[in-house]
Design a protein around this ligand. Structure first.
Ligand code: HEM
Ligand code: HEM
Length: 162
């Protein structure tokens, strides 16, 4: 893994496209409980009856897998200037948690949808809500870094290098 001053153009594009798609999936979840119920009743399988929420979620899943590969290959910038070992550790584990939730949420949604399971559907809802909460905290921390600590955190994920 290499260490650069900023994320690459591809990493930045993936970060923001995925963030927007996750938000869109969140905003389209409204009638999914009922959609799952009628899918189970009608016995539908495959792409039949897929809703915008399902398509958005599947796209997130595929892009996140690509993103993880790109991350393994290209690495990430080193620690932010002025950060303590504790802050570095919090950032590393916070980001790992986000990756985990970004994989688990659509994966559980897909299992609920295709295995016709309301129990997995409930688990998907819980993990999806956790993803939104952690992402919100992540965004607030990023804004704090950029505008209070003024350490250029947001610049690393908006202006590419490499
Ligand atoms: C990042 C992607 C996703 C996010 C953030 C997300 C988020 C959510 C949330 C918050 C709910 C709860 C809805 C409620 O309380 O009424 C939900 C429900 C649901 N989602 Fe997703 N979802 C994602 C991807 C997917 C995918 C890929 C599928 C299927 C292939 C899917 C299928 C479902 C189903 C079936 C429900 C209803 C579950 C039930 O009521 O038992 N979701 N989703
Ligand atoms: C669903 C929404 C989001 C998710 C899931 C998400 C996830 C992530 C992840 C996993 C990383 C680590 C990248 C890596 O090291 O490979 C990251 C980096 C970053 N994100 Fe987000 N993000 C989201 C939204 C946002 C928003 C709204 C902001 C700003 C307001 C933001 C600001 C940043 C910044 C500044 C970094 C770079 C941190 C550093 O300097 O290392 N993110 N994001």
């Amino acid at each position: 893994m290499t260490s650069r001053a900023a994320y690459s153009r591809l990493q930045i594009a993936l970060h923001w496209v995925i963030a927007i798609l996750i938000l869109a999936a969140w905003l389209t979840h409204e009638n999914m409980g009922r959609a799952l119920e009628s899918r189970i009743k009608s016995g539908a399988t495959g792409f039949e009856g897929n809703t915008p929420h399902v398509w958005l979620g599947i796209t997130v899943f595929v892009l996140v897998l690509i993103r993880i590969v790109v991350r393994r290959v290209q690495g990430a910038p080193g620690p932010l200037p002025g950060s303590t070992p504790l802050m570095e550790m919090a950032a590393t584990w916070g980001h790992r948690l986000l990756y985990l939730l970004m994989v688990l949420t659509p994966a559980l949604g897909a299992v609920a949808w295709n295995a016709h399971s309301e129990t997995v559907g409930e688990l998907h809802e819980t993990v999806g809500s956790a993803l939104m909460l952690v992402a919100l905290a992540h965004a607030l921390v990023a804004i704090w870094h950029q505008y209070v600590k003024k350490d250029g955190s947001l610049t690393r994920i908006t202006r590419p290098q490499g």
